[in-house]
Write a protein that binds this ligand. Structure first.
Ligand SMILES: Nc1ncnc2c1ncn2[C@@H]1O[C@H](COP(=O)(O)OP(=O)(O)O)[C@@H](O)[C@H]1O
Ligand SMILES: [Mg+2]
Length: 262
């Protein structure tokens, strides 16, 4: 489904700020895989997602989605099949538009005629149903401007918008990191439910090792632009946070922050 092959990206080449963000990294996701990604600050996690989306070009290597080589494909073309969430809840939605208008825009992306005026009754019913599945009471607030919602509500809405037309690939970049612990847990549960329901192939960066081992079916550990460890189903089952920390410490000079363990 997703194949990243020997991908390398160096920023600011030939300057004092030269930085190898991705160093010959390969990672493969089967259809329906839900891979959690952890690693210290600057390990290259966001760069990996940016490379998959086409935000950054690779210096070397290849990216294949559904067997198609997209290495040279522009970002806007890939975006049609990729759902994406960032840490910042303000990034995925338009604050002055209503909940309904925001979902309507996301929904029309999957249709032939991109631009449609207003939201039909059938669409409205679908939106209400999808919103009620979030369990946040947003189904009764279709006309509310998104700017009035809390960070957690906005992140849940962004998730709904990213998946209302099932994407080939869902990329989550620490999408719960800016939320308070309770809200983060709630958004994580919603995320898991949506991914499972639609069997969406997902790459999820998380700052939380517990979440990394708890959700998904595989875990990838990045360090200094490389894939340090890859834990598959069975290895993951036997893995505790303590064991993973030890394994990590014995394979790299990088350190994980306390924030990741809590
Ligand atoms: N656009 C950019 N320009 C220059 N350097 C960058 C850019 N994006 C990331 N980097 C550098 O690449 C390295 C990896 O960054 P990133 O992928 O954001 O790490 P992570 O998400 O794992 O914390 C870091 O050293 C970072 O400073
Ligand atoms: Mg990052």
């Amino acid at each position: 489904m997703l194949r990243v092959e020997n991908a390398s990206i160096t920023f600011n080449r030939n300057t004092v700020n030269e930085r190898k963000a991705l160093d010959n990294i390969s990672i493969h996701l089967e259809k329906g895989d839900f891979v959690t990604v952890i690693g210290s600050n600057g390990a290259g996690k966001s760069t990996l997602l940016n490379a998959v989306c086409g935000t950054y070009d690779l210096d070397k290597g290849q990216i294949l989605i559904d067997g198609i080589d997209v290495t040279r494909q522009r970002e806007y073309k890939r975006a049609k099949h990729i759902g994406r969430l960032f840490q910042d809840p303000l990034r995925g939605t338009a604050p002055s538009m209503t909940i309904e208008e925001n979902i309507g825009l996301a929904y029309s992306r999957g249709k032939k005629h991109f631009f449609s005026l207003g939201v039909s009754t059938a669409d409205e019913r679908l939106f209400r149903e999808k919103l009620s599945e979030l369990g946040l009471g947003l189904e009764d607030r279709l006309k509310t401007p998104v700017g009035l919602l809390s960070g957690g509500q906005r992140q849940a809405l962004t998730l709904l918008m990213a998946t209302i037309v099932t994407p080939s690939l869902l990329l989550l970049d620490e999408h719960t990191a800016a939320l308070d612990p309770n809200t983060a847990e709630k958004v994580m549960e919603i995320t898991d439910k949506i991914i499972k329901e639609h069997k969406i192939t997902t790459l999820m960066i998380t700052h939380n090792i517990k979440n990394a081992l708890e959700y998904g079916n595989k875990t990838a550990v990045l360090s200094q632009g490389k894939l340090l460890l890859e834990l598959h189903e069975n290895e993951r089952k036997d893995m505790s946070i303590e064991k993973l920390m030890k394994l990590y410490a014995s394979s790299t000079t990088d350190t994980l922050t306390d924030k990741m363990i809590l």
